[in-house]
Every structure is written in C-alpha cells, then in structure tokens.
Design a protein around this ligand. Structure first.
Ligand code: ADP
Ligand code: ZN
Length: 757
C-alpha cells in the first residue's frame, strides 16, 4: 500500500510519530505524471510501485486507474520525479504498456508546445504525432530461425519458453502470449532479448528493404548563380550547426527542387537525415522518383500507407537507417535521430494546416523542430504565404530569390479577358480569345491546360419560372449537377439524389443548369475542338491514386492534347509541351468570406500560369475574369506576386489579420439553430468580459458560418483578433476554462485558421 499522508488528520501526529519506514518509503517514492489521450485534460500524478520503477519513464504509455470506479485507462507518461512527498493521496500505476518509449523527451516538449500554440489538448496532440501503427501494441511472433529448424534450436529452452514460442506461431501481443501459454511476462521479455521472438512484420521489412531504384543521372553539371547562392545560404548554417530559416522565392521552373536535392545531398554527406515535406497531392511517384534517383533508399510517408507500413517506415527512420524522408504534413514528426535539414516545398499550400484537432500548421512545427535541433529550415514557393513574406521583411528569415527559369525559357505572356464584356461570353464558357489561343497552341504542336476550380457539370440547377434552386436537405448548399445520370451531389456532405425534370416547387418544366463545372467544360471542349484528345482531372475522375498517375503519364507522353481540371493541375507539374494555359474563371474564389481569398486566388493563378511555356516552343496564358483590375488578378497576370504582397500586407495590418495579429476562430454546431446562435453569443460575452477594453482585442461575430448548415447541424462562428498570439490564446483560455457545454452543442477552437467556411 502506498504512503498516503492525508490519512493522518493531525499534522503534529504525522510529523511526531511517523515511523522510520514511512519516511524511507516516502523518500523513495516515485511519482509519474501522465496525460490521458481523451477525457481528463490536465496531467495527473500517480505513484510508481517498486516493481515497475525500472520501466516507467517519460514517453512510454502506462495503465492507470481513473475515477471512482478505478477504470483502467491507457495514458502517456510525460514526466517522472522521485524527490517529492505527494501532497494528496495518489493511486498506483498498474502496468507499463510499451517496452520502450514511443516519444523522445524532445517530442514531449514539442507536443506540449503544440497544445499551447493551437489550443489543443496535450493528450490529443500526443495521439496525433504517433502513427496508429506505432501506437497499437506491438505483436510478437517467433523468428524464422526457429521456424526454419522446426524445433527448439541448439539453445536449451525452458519448458515455459517452449510454450511461449509455440504460442507465438500466431502473432500476438506480449500480454496475450503470456496469458495463453501460462508463462510470465518476464519469460516473453527474455525471448525477445534472445532474438527468438520478434515484432511482427520486422522480418518481411528486412526482406523488402533493398528496393533501390535505378539511378538516373539527372543531376545538372552546374547550378545557376541564383541556385548556387541559395544552396550556399542553406549549407553555411548547416555546417555551423546553427538554425536558420531560408525562403526560396522562385518562379516555377527556377530550379528550387534542384536546390533542395543538393542541400539534401550535403546533409547526407554529413551523416545526417533530411525531412522533405510536400503537399499530399505532390506525393506522386514523379516527386518520389526524383528523390530516389538521387538517394536510393527514401522513406515515403503518404496517407495511403497501411498502419503496418507506416510503422515499418517509422522504425527504419528511428534506427537511422533511412537518410531521406519525403512525406506530407505529418512527416514533420518523423523520429529522425540525426536530423540535419527540413525542407517544405510549396510552403504556401493550405494542406500544411491540419483540418481536425490538433489543428497545427506543419510550417510552425517544422520551425520549432529545426530550432530545437539547430538545423536549417528551407521553405520554397513561387508564391510564399504572406506570413512567410512578413517574416522575411522583418529580417527574421532569409529570402533567396530565383527570379528566372533555368535554361533561360521566358515566363509566358498573359492575356486577360474581361468577362463583363458580352462579346467574351457570346460563344459559351470559352471566350473567342481563349479559343484562339487554344487553336494557336494545337496548331503549333503544343498542349493545353484549362483550369476551372469547380467540379461537377453545373454548380446549381435553377427553375427559370420561380427561381427555385435545388438544395441539399441537410446542408445550406446548392446541389451540384453531375453527369451522367442527372445526379445532384452535395459537396458539403456527399449526399447524392436524382434531380427531377420539373421544378419541385412550381412544377414548371423549366429547370436550367447554371455555373459551369469541369464536366461541362470537358464536354464543351470536346464539341468545340473536334478530333482533339481531351482528359479531365478532378477528384471525381481521380478517385484512385493510379488514375492520377495514368492521366499525368498520358499527358506527358502527349497522348492527351487538352487537360481540363481543378486546382489539381496547378500543382508542381512540369510539362514542356504545354503552350497554352487557360484560367476559365479566375475570380471563382475571390469573393469568399475569407481574408485569404485574394491571396489564394493570386497563388492559384500564378501557379497555373507557370505551367505554360516551359518548353522550347514558348507559351501563353489566357485569364478570364470579371474583375481584371483586382490586385490579385493584376499581379498574377504580370507575373509579379510581390506586387500583390505589397498591396495586401497593409490591408492585413489595418485589420489585424495574420501575419500582423492572431485569429482564434470558434465554430459552434447544433441541431438547433437558436442553441447554436445563443451559445456563440455566450462565448463571445465571456471573451468580451475577460478582455476588458485595454488590449486591442476585437471580436467579429457571432454570425452564421458561410456554410450555415452542414449535415443537419447549424453552424455559427466568431473570430477573436488580437495583436499578440500568446496573449490572445491565454485570454480565450481563461474565458472558456469553466464553461459547461450543453449536450446539444459541439464547438471547436481553430487558432490561425486557414478554413473560414
Ligand atoms: P522548380 O522546383 O523551381 O519548379 P526544378 O528544380 O524542378 O524547378 O527545375 C526545373 C527543371 O530544370 C527540371 O527539369 C530540372 O531538372 C532542371 N534544372 C534545374 N536546375 C538546373 C541547372 N542548374 N541546369 C540545368 N537544368 C536544371
Ligand atoms: Zn449536404
């Protein structure tokens, strides 16, 4: 029984008559602080019984009793201390789950920082940084050494050991093996030490490892002066073992990827590991091949890995057997023990922010990790985020410009078509000037890319007689028409219905399709340019990974003349045959209720424009827009992203939007609209009261979200702005610390959100 000082009600008695053994026990008492993955938010203390003292350590999970019922829960041990007298009675740790720590001390510090930075629960952050395959209890099986000989090998085994090995013919957890064979956990542990039991999968992994791709020698003989300067800016701090953030601001095709590759070469040559983060969409075999061709073994962490595969990669990285790690957002948590460099390509991409809790941004996490490890962080983009630009302007980060394409190819001329001009719309969704551009490219033996960031056939179906628009019954969204089959699909919840032929409201047979989507654009292009090979790329046609590759390969092989697609086609693709890029509706997303709408539009148009004219044939871009004078459109058309940055930063500053302040967005959901609205007001009142008047805090809302209903839940939100991030979070934390959320309400906090819908 542990020493429980509170049982002595009389302090004098406690100190006067405490027997010697109690004092000894107390001095030797070890206390473990644990964090639960869900439920209780604050860290809890438990006593560590002597029998577990050797095993309980930070980073391992333990089993602890919780609440009146003492229900056993799995929890992360985050700290152990042994020099303290417990102030309150403590319960005992019951068991230790993991044979070794899953998280290093540094990962514990990182997760704690993340919990503060994005107002998440520490426990949920701990869960998020560990892949499911790593968290699940490891299963053991007998090693081939044993199965090969078919009997106990030369080593003399005890009967208990033999029983365990027999049971381990079928992979099972250590606990199950011990139980089913009637042996103790110690016997199982001993067999692992002897190498007669091994983690399931480890055998297969060894066998599949030497999957070296044929080395292609695509390494250029010489870097351009701008590339050399950028490489130098990365290698200098690397050699000095100093943290620095270097931003490669370079137009598409300026050779940024080549700089990453050579920086990674330097890292590997120094005996260290590099993590390269790319948007999930860029994790194509093309990107991976480029890294494999240089480095042989590359760990690729994408979302299609099975938990077992991910776990296997994790272990290889942790063992230091892989030098180059390429992956999406969560690869920033890869447990590289000899980290030497982190690279984020297309750093402006919003997919680096996680949309579910914990709502972290990989760029900030990468900066924390790079700083902690004293290594350079490289951010690359043709259109850096305004947050990134501001850090460079403030002198915190180093900006390296790569203003020209390698090989001297010119950036394409951009023609803007004003859609307010009836002439431009007279012949349908493609204006005469864009059609002329397409004809020009095809006649010259070139290819065409057409961007329209709206999938489906028509964005909505409307009755010409009464104005009724078909809407999703569960969401506040118009149904998008998809063909074939006249299906109405809700892009909010995925609901699929058959659209009627007549208006369901007034019965008039007068339904018209409005707002062209990629499907209809494809159909239009097929009929307008006869005999031309057309393909479409959007999430509807690219359901599987394979189809994405197939389409890109076919386009590269010139088996496709015109590629129609959503923003999917705008990302990091390099096709020398493209002579014309058409942006069908540049301002489609410009007027969304999102302070980043202009930035995103400028980035998208600039990125897709950069796909044109990468080959020797030259290229053109045609941008159709209803707001040709908007700074975002003008800057993109002039290939002058920085002009947009200069016009946008003062606006952000005046409104205290990032990067000049921090935003905390609170989203409230309920089946009952009044409940949602009232609860949002309640939270706003609390925050307003807590803020007082002095510190520049501003509250926007409460208001219905732009998508006011989703999956039958009403959605309200409010935004809190403040000049200082930590102070703002602290304010919201204090204001909401004691709220008792009614059962009918669900609400979330999103710090520095990228999704404002
Ligand atoms: P970015 O990442 O900026 O779009 P890349 O690194 O992909 O640019 O370079 C564009 C193309 O130019 C690639 O085909 C690449 O192999 C090639 N390239 C890059 N640097 C050089 C160089 N110094 N000399 C010759 N070719 C180069
Ligand atoms: Zn819906």
């Amino acid at each position: 029984m542990p020493f429980q000082p509170h049982q002595h009600t009389n302090q004098r008695e406690l100190f006067a008559s405490r027997p010697q053994w109690v004092e000894d026990d107390a001095r030797r008492g070890i206390i473990a602080t644990v964090v639960l993955p869900e439920g209780v938010e604050k860290p809890l203390d438990y006593l560590v019984p002597e029998s577990l003292a050797a095993e309980v350590e930070p980073g391992r999970r333990v089993r602890v009793p919780l609440g009146r019922g003492n229900r056993e829960r799995l929890a992360y041990c985050v700290a152990v201390r042994s020099d303290e007298l417990p102030q309150t009675p403590l319960k005992n740790v019951v068991a230790v789950e993991d044979p070794a720590p899953l998280l290093s001390q540094r990962m514990l510090e990182l997760t704690k920082w993340m919990a503060e930075r994005w107002m998440a629960r520490w426990g949920e952050v701990l869960e998020a940084v560990l892949p499911a395959g790593v968290r699940s209890s490891r299963r053991l099986r007998s090693t081939p050494l044993l199965s090969a000989t078919g009997a106990a090998p030369a080593r003399k085994l005890t009967p208990a050991q033999e029983k365990v090995l027999l049971a381990a013919a079928v992979p099972a957890t250590a606990a199950t093996l011990a139980e089913s064979s009637g042996a103790s956990r110690a016997v199982v542990g001993r067999l692992v030490k002897l190498g007669l039991l091994a983690e399931e999968g480890s055998v297969e992994i060894q066998a599949m490892r030497p999957q070296r791709a044929a080395i292609r020698h695509d390494r250029p003989d010489e870097l351009s002066p701008a590339q050399r300067a950028a490489l130098e800016a990365i290698v200098a701090p690397m050699q000095a073992r100093r943290h620095e953030t270097i931003v490669l601001f370079g137009v598409t095709g300026s050779g940024k990827t080549e700089v990453y590759l050579q920086a990674v070469e330097e890292t590997v040559a120094m005996g260290r590991q590099a993590i390269v983060l790319v948007p999930e969409i860029s994790l194509t075999p093309q990107t991976c091949d480029r890294f494999r061709a240089r480095f042989g073994t590359v760990a690729v962490l994408h979302s299609h890995l099975t938990p077992a595969e991910r776990h296997a990669q994790w272990r290889e990285i942790a063992a230091g057997r892989v030098n180059v790690i390429v992956g999406a957002r969560s690869a920033v948590f890869a447990p590289a023990p000899r980290l030497g460099l982190i690279v984020i390509d297309e750093e402006h991409e919003t997919s680096f922010k996680q949309a579910t809790a914990p709502r972290y941004h990989a760029r900030d996490v990468a900066e924390w990790v790079a700083r902690a490890d004293g290594v350079p962080l490289v951010l690359g983009s043709a259109t850096p985020a305004l947050e990134t630009f501001a850090r460079c302007l403030a002198g915190e980060w180093t900006m390296c410009r790569l203003p020209d394409r390698v090989g001297g190819s010119q950036l394409p001329a951009v023609i803007t078509v004003d859609l307010r001009d009836p002439q431009a719309r007279a012949k349908g969704v493609i204006s005469p000037r864009m059609a002329a551009g397409i004809d020009w490219a095809l006649a010259g033996g070139g290819q065409v890319m057409l961007l329209l960031n709206r999938r489906g056939f028509a964005t909505h179906v409307q009755c010409r007689s009464c104005g009724h628009t078909a809407r999703c019954p569960q969401c506040d969204l118009a149904l998008t028409l998809h063909q074939p089959g006249n299906r109405g699909i809700c892009h909010g919840c995925g609901l699929v219905t058959r659209l009627p032929a007549d208006c369901p409201d007034c019965r008039a047979p007068d339904l018209v399709q409005r707002g062209t989507g990629t499907q209809r654009l494809e159909e239009f292009v097929r009929s307008r340019f006869r005999g031309v090979r057309v393909a479409r790329m959007d999430t509807d046609t690219m359901r599987s990974r394979g189809s994405y590759e197939e389409t890109l390969d076919a386009f590269r092989a010139r088996d496709i003349d015109i590629l129609v697609g959503t923003q999917m086609i705008a990302k990091g693709l390099d096709f020398p045959g493209v002579m014309l890029v058409g942006v069908v509706h540049a301002d489609a997303a410009l007027h969304l209720a999102d302070f980043r709408a202009a930035e995103r539009t400028c980035q998208l148009v600039t990125q897709v424009a950069g796909r044109s004219g990468r080959g020797p044939l030259g290229g053109r871009v045609v941008v159709q827009t209803s707001t040709p004078d908007h700074p975002a459109i003008r800057a993109a058309a002039a290939h002058d992203y920085e002009a947009f940055v200069r016009s946008e930063l003062p606006i952000r500053e005046a409104l205290l939007y990032p990067p000049f302040g921090s935003v905390v967005r609170i989203v409230v959901r309920s089946e009952n609209e009044e409940a949602a609205s009232e609860w949002t007001s309640h939270l706003a009142d609390r925050i307003r009261r807590e803020a007082g008047d002095a510190n520049g805090t501003r509250i926007l809302g409460p208001a219905p979200c732009p998508i006011a209903r989703l999956r039958d839940r009403f959605r309200w939100h409010l935004q809190v702005h403040g000049p200082d991030g930590p102070a703002l979070r602290d304010l919201v934390r204090r204001a909401t610390a004691t709220v008792q959320t009614p059962d009918s309400i669900a609400w979330i906090i999103d710090v520095d959100p990228v999704d404002m819908l």
